[in-house]
Write a new protein. Structure first.
Length: 654
């Protein structure tokens, strides 16, 4: 980012106060929320210490809330001891033992439920099986599985014995899996014969075998879940069937009590250098963040059915599938497959059939479902829904309004959440019973989170028309502890830019006159057009506001005069325009953006496609789009794409 601040060009003035019916029964109203903010402002460390004592079950209570002597390597609750699995399962057995913990539906329609008592039993048997396979406290276990309950069981079983898990998303290639296994030095790999996705079998065991054939000398055994039942290669010297391994294991497994700072998991994120970063999270601090934000942001109640659609291969699936809701004794829904199998109504049918009350998904999923038409959600009874949420990227205002109108019936709160793999839990979001919402804004920081927007010198940006770096001024319990095996990279990536004074998120943002935060995109996604610095998200939002446009992604390409030109990839509602129709619509869209934002933001290039290059989690591969815009040869690994063939179309070669 240059010394000039990013300009905010998105004009959005609609405000939606919390609905009175929701406020009447909310966990937190405006008065209670204000009291939490005041307590945090008065004593930041004491605020988190009180929550730590209240919300977590300790085997040995802590006496030191924050050790900041080696900042920015902060340590929370350092002398306390606990077990994460015991917090998620054991403490509910007395009063919630027969309550459903997990409701599961496979893509093919198979349904399974587990009560807390049943889940506890399965986790204990698996934990004993892991120990029998030689896994001990501190050993790393890589989990490469479909989105099935056994994936959560594997995570909880590792936590139960103090092993450190690293979940690798099932859409990653063999090469990506190999890199993560080797970086973590994993002792055991847990996988499945396959999973069901998009009407096909995802060949997980084959990919695992391919990864191990390329290296991974630290792996001793591979534990294989029989999910699809199709024939796979099996090495009896190395591979072990899940069902056979747990068959003779005891149904009780005492939890391994670990220090609060004991690593709970590693989760790899893409790095700008191409080498993945192993984000390391602690046990107690991470669990506290996931636990309290589940209460605050989702207004979690005992009778809720909470469906976070994220895969456990991502941080959202860790914090709001495997840990936060279970720590609170909630019922979660898990779904294995694609959102449009067998048709575009699958998500809404799942909400109807399982009585979902809280629905938390990605803006990219909302836009995809929006493109398919309102008639699909209207086929199903969504009356049990009481709260909607978004995660993963900024949501453009028009998608927010569709979500609000079509799914929320203009009554349900929408919690637009900003956070990261590194933050561990939600940082900025509306508390639904207390904070008015604005389409496209994640609103204000949660209690105990000190967010700011700063310029190149680290000074606060006060002009609401200017953006800057989004930073967090004070440590918080669920923050990452380091990058596995590379603490120097941790400091340099997240802290050194402003002399270790604050955590640098890597996102650009601005704050409006009401103090609401608007995320403008990643700092490296900022466009520099004729000296004007524009956030890509704002140009995308303007395009999607056009009635013909379902989705858009904007990147920059080098320009001799402007420095950078705006290059837009556009997905239309209905058929993809070609020929004269495409040329006419492109001109119309350029003029539209000029009206919505200003002439400076008009795209120089508009390319129409049937879809964007997305991973199975819904993330747009922007590096791939930047390469296409520059006319470069595609060298990136495209194996994680939902539809690799779309690359040819995007490149204009069809």
């Amino acid at each position: 980012m240059s010394s000039e601040n990013i300009q905010s060009v998105l004009g959005e003035n609609r405000v939606f106060p919390p609905h009175p019916d929701f406020v009447a029964h909310a966990r937190l109203d405006a008065t209670k929320l204000e009291a939490l903010h005041a307590a945090a402002a008065k004593d930041h460390v004491g605020f988190w210490a009180e929550l730590g004592r209240k919300e977590l079950a300790w085997q040995t209570p802590f006496s030191v809330a924050l050790d900041d002597g080696d900042a920015p390597n902060f340590r929370w609750f350092v002398d306390g001891r606990l077990n994460v699995s015991a917090n998620c399962l054991d403490r509910h057995l007395g009063n919630r033992g027969d309550k459903i913990a997990i409701r599961f539906e496979g893509e093919q329609g198979d349904v399974k439920t587990y009560t807390y008592r049943e889940l506890h039993t399965e986790v204990c048997k698996l934990a004993n099986a892991l120990r029998a396979l030689g896994v001990n406290k501190g050993d790393r276990v890589v989990i490469y599985m479909p989105m099935v309950p056994e994936a959560v069981m594997a995570m909880q079983a590792c936590a139960r014995i103090g092993a450190v898990h690293s979940v690798v998303f099932g859409g990653f290639s063999a090469a990506s899996l190999k890199d993560r296994i080797e970086d973590a030095g994993a002792k055991l790999l847990i996988t499945a014969d396959g999973g069901h996705r998009g009407g096909n079998i995802v060949e997980l065991k084959q990919a695992a075998d391919d990864a191990l054939s390329q290296g991974c000398p630290s792996i001793g055994k591979v534990l294989v879940l029989k999910r699809t039942g199709h024939e796979v290669a099996f090495d009896p010297a190395r591979d072990v069937w899940w069902h056979e391994q747990i068959a003779t294991q005891p149904e009780q497994c005492d939890p391994e009590w670990v220090d609060a700072e004991h690593p709970l998991f590693l989760l790899y994120t893409s790095g700008s250098t191409g080498k993945p970063k192993g984000i390391q999270h602690s046990s107690a601090g991470y669990l506290l963040g996931a636990t309290v934000t589940s209460q605050w942001v989702f207004d979690l109640r005992d009778d809720d059915v909470f469906w976070c659609t994220a895969d456990v291969g991502w941080i959202t699936g860790h914090s709001y599938v495997a840990y936060g809701p279970l720590s609170n004794g909630a019922t979660i829904l898990m779904y294995e497959g694609a959102p449009t199998v067998p048709d575009a109504g699958r998500f809404w049918k799942l909400c109807q059939d399982h009585g979902v009350t809280i629905f938390y998904t990605a803006p990219t999923a909302i836009r995809a479902l929006m493109k398919l038409g309102e008639e699909w959600p209207e086929k199903f009874d969504l009356s049990k829904l009481r709260l909607l949420g978004t995660v993963g990227e900024p949501i453009n205002p028009e998608a927010w309004m569709w979500y609000h109108r079509v799914i929320g019936k203009e009554k349900l709160p929408i919690v637009d959440t900003w956070w990261q793999t590194e933050t561990g839990s939600i940082m900025i979001a509306p508390v639904p019973g207390a904070v008015p919402t604005k389409p496209g804004s994640c609103t204000k920081a949660l209690p105990g989170i000190v967010a700011d927007i700063v310029d190149e010198n680290g000074d606060s940006v006060t002009d609401p028309n200017l953006g800057g770096y989004l930073v967090i001024r004070k440590p918080w319990p669920s923050m990452l502890r380091t990058i596995w095996g590379d603490n120097t990279r941790y400091v340099n990536t997240y802290w050194s830019q402003f002399q270790n004074r604050c955590y640098v998120a890597g996102d650009s943002a601005h704050r409006d006159p009401d103090g609401y935060h608007w995320i403008m995109g990643r700092v490296d996604d900022v466009l520099n057009v004729s000296g004007h610095r524009l956030g890509t998200m704002e140009v995308e939002s303007a395009l999607v506001a056009h009635p013909r446009v379902a989705e858009a992604a904007v990147v920059g390409r080098p320009h001799d005069v402007k420095g950078e030109a705006v290059f837009a990839f556009v997905i239309c509602k209905g058929a993809r325009p070609i020929g004269d129709e495409a040329a006419k619509l492109a001109k119309e869209l350029r003029d539209w953006v000029g009206q919505e934002i200003g002439p400076i933001a008009k795209p120089d290039d508009i390319r129409f496609a049937e879809n964007l290059p997305k991973t199975r989690s819904g993330k747009i591969m922007r590096r791939l789009l930047r390469s296409i815009a520059k006319g470069e040869e595609i060298t990136q690994d495209t194996s994680t794409l939902e539809n690799p063939a779309i690359v040819t179309q995007l490149a204009g070669n069809d």
